[in-house]
Design a protein around this ligand. Structure first.
Ligand code: ATP
Ligand code: MG
Length: 557
């Protein structure tokens, strides 16, 4: 990890609490954890939690564990475990210990027996529907289940039979015995264990019962000696239950749960369940589709780990829910790539140009800088010849006065090469311009004129004989609605133009050796990275050079 972002991580209310706990010697060292459920790939929201938990461990000389919260066997898969491990590493973090909640199944079971023996848990035979009915509402207190006063002996026997696989799914629940009249519905005798005959990816068929999230999470934290258990705001109302369980079973360690606001990013979705739907319904081509807000999608799109960490620093950590503009994320990657991307020339929508007065068969090797400000990034040769390609948009038949590119009679600078002047064009039978005829001024080699003649426009180009062919994927926002998750059907708001595939793009020859871990700026066009999945050479647009949406938004105001 770069030392740059270590020194610039801004403080926040959680870091302040931790600093105070260390100052007062409440804790000798801080221990955090990142606890994903392996039911999907990590997304940009998880990056916020990862940077927070691992960043704290790093900056306070503490430790951070990676713990898989794998208590829902039907939704979880080994593939997701691998993807999560890969993504956390790629973001630049290392965990001190790797754990699985399923490793604690026996301990969790034993603690449940302790609760039963203390008269703090009971086996309930109400149906799911009855439980909902008995639970009451915010304005109506709950009603005790008839099983609430079952004897301890009977509870122990039934729970052992549940564990032994004697009952079908849903027949019984183990519930905490707390308070059916509590104003906090989470405290109205919440479920601790359910019967579910499901194969678990790690424990196989050992367990016909599985512990509930709230019960598992606090005990797992306590087992791992977590000092500060950081979670998102929706768990605020669960904190009394977190504390209740640990108080009742009297664990030596009682972590402090602290909640913070989830990351909500405009025009996208940060819920694994909904992202899963996009994948299974083929709205995207996989979890790592470059339009996905997943870490793997962002990586394939060309985001760097440093840019994502920088984004997480910029958005900060608070208790206030808010929506973050896409531009904040895009600015993080733009700044990183502006610094580090290798400059190249690529023509996405080619228009052939013949330079009439350039000698037939002649090829010149011109020198181009790999970065305009960074000498240390070196130079490369690019071939110039009689036939080149320029961007179709850089020519207009009827050009307005302020169009500083090509039109008949107008002169432009070819980047690193010569001044050329358009003298004519060729159209096909449909009336489309298919070729430009130009002349060049041999005295302007390198891009300046000895007579001091100025041209306003500089355009990029590639030599027709030397260019390589590639496909270029242009990505845009996946949704047209700023908050698709709040819509009845978020799939109705998919952006039909989220992907434009351009075939037959003409690229500078050096790009034949592109690798997926080099980031490029195609001059005047945007930032690109080689796609790591396709066989044919293709590039993904990471981000445009400027925020084109900001301009559009302004026009629409
Ligand atoms: P999802 O709805 O995407 O499944 P989750 O919260 O259920 O999200 P987990 O795998 O349980 O996903 O999350 C692991 C950790 O990441 C949790 O501590 C959770 O609070 C945190 N996290 C998940 N989404 C966000 C988010 N949008 N912003 C910040 N933290 C998040
Ligand atoms: Mg979850």
């Amino acid at each position: 990890m770069s030392t740059e972002d270590e020194t610039t991580t801004p403080t926040n209310f959680i870091r302040n609490i931790i600093q105070a706990d260390l100052d007062s010697a409440k804790h000798a060292a801080v221990q955090t954890r990142f606890p994903p459920e392996p039911n999907g790939y990590l997304h940009i929201g998880h990056a916020k939690s990862i940077c927070l938990n691992f960043g704290i461990a790093r900056d306070f000389n503490g430790k951070c564990n990676l713990r898989f919260d794998d208590t829902n066997p039907e939704k979880e898969e080994e593939e997701y475990v691998h993807a999560i491990i890969n993504d956390v590493k790629w973001l630049g973090f290392e965990w001190s210990e790797e754990h699985y909640a399923s490793d604690y199944f026996q301990q969790l079971y034993d603690y449940a027996v302790v609760l039963i023996k203390q008269g703090k848990a009971y086996v309930d035979s109400l149906s799911a529907e009855q439980i909902r009915e008995y639970r009451g509402t915010l304005t109506k207190t709950g009603i005790d289940s008839p099983d609430r006063n079952r004897s301890i002996e009977e509870n122990l026997e039934l729970f052992a039979a549940m564990r032994a696989g004697k009952f079908e799914d849903g027949k019984y629940l183990l519930r905490a015995k707390i308070d059916m009249a509590s104003p906090n519905i989470n405290m109205r005798d919440p479920a601790l264990y359910r019967i579910k005959r499901a194969h678990h990816q790690r424990t196989g068929d050992d367990w016909p019962i599985y512990p509930m999230y709230d019960y598992t999470h606090c005990i797992s934290d306590a087992i791992e000696n977590i000092t500060h258990s950081l979670c998102t705001l929706e768990f605020e109302d669960h904190r009394p239950l977190y504390d209740w369980v640990l108080d009742e079973i009297k664990t030596p360690c009682h972590p402090q749960q602290i909640e913070f606001a989830r990351l909500q990013l405009k025009y996208t979705i940060t819920s694994k369940r909904k992202l899963n739907q996009l994948v299974t319904d083929n709205h995207v081509v996989g979890w790592d589709d470059p339009r996905m807000p997943t870490i793997s999608g962002l990586r394939r799109r060309g985001y760097t780990p440093a840019s994502i960490r920088d984004f997480c620093n910029r958005i900060g950590v608070t208790k206030k829910d808010s929506f973050i503009e896409v531009a904040v994320l895009e600015n993080s990657i733009r700044e990183d790539l502006n610094e580090h991307a290798v400059r190249m020339m690529a023509v996405l929508k080619p228009l052939k140009v013949t330079i009439e007065n350039y000698p037939e068969g002649q090829v010149e090797e011109l020198t181009a800088k790999n970065h305009p400000q960074k000498e240390e990034m070196g130079t490369r040769n690019i071939s110039f010849s009689k036939t080149i390609y320029i961007e179709r948009d850089d020519f207009l038949e009827d050009a307005p006065k302020k169009f500083f590119r090509l039109s008949v009679g107008r002169e432009v600078r070819l980047r690193y090469a010569y001044y050329i002047t358009c003298t004519g064009f060729v159209k096909d039978e449909n009336g489309d311009v298919i070729e430009l005829i130009c002349t060049y001024d041999p005295a302007t080699k390198g891009g300046s004129s000895p007579d001091g003649r100025k041209v306003k426009g500089t355009i990029h180009w590639v030599s027709a004989d030397h260019a390589i062919d590639a496909t270029v994927n242009l990505y845009d926002r996946l949704f047209t609605h700023p908050n698709p998750a709040a819509c009845d059907d978020f799939t109705e708001h998919l952006n039909p133009e989220s992907l434009t595939v351009l075939n037959n793009c003409k690229l500078e020859a050096a790009l034949a050796n592109a690798s997926t871990d080099i980031h490029y700026q195609f001059e005047r066009v945007g930032y690109f990275v080689k796609d790591n999945k396709t066989k044919n050479l293709s590039f993904n647009r990471t981000v445009t050079l400027r925020d084109t949406w900001a301009k559009l938004d302004k026009q629409n105001q």
